[in-house]
Write a protein that binds this ligand. Sequence first.
Ligand SMILES: [Zn+2]
Length: 192
Amino acid sequence: MSELDRAREIERHVREILRLLGEDPDREGLVETPRRVAQALLELTKSLRTEPPDVKFFTVPKDSSRNLVVIRNIEFLSLCEHHLLPIVGYVSVVYRPRENKVPGLSKVIRLVQWYALRPILQERFTQELANFLCDKICAKFVYCRIAALHMCVFLRGVKSRSSILVTEAVSGEPDEDITSLRRLARCKYPRI
Ligand SMILES: [Zn+2]
């Protein structure tokens, strides 16, 4: 299916949802809404239909492959798989390069942001992200820590405005204890 056909099909369904909600999809303010909603949904689920960004590696002196690399507070956006409502938060990544090659910093950020663009369950996604990064950046191990706000908790049900979900996972062969990884990967807490 072409992206255009896919967008049109989603638009058609959004129009129907508006009607079922009791709205008039033909009223002036809503005429463009199905198209915008379709674009937003396609953007927030982009990783389901595209290839991950390419990773460029840089050579570093042999000794530095023993050093840990820490990237804190990568902003990401996603959708919760239970309500399709947004999740906003930060991912911190700690990894040890396998050899004397390290990926560019911006590539790690792009990989995280790309991979998050799909419906997720954060508790499972954290492990999947650690596995995905470990493979893509050829690391000895990757530790990920995520702190995120879930709009489904923020807006509906218990309506908690301050609950943050914090999850962690490790992939590969970690040679650091979990307490020091946690300390290195502390995340900012997302606020709205
Ligand atoms: Zn949810």
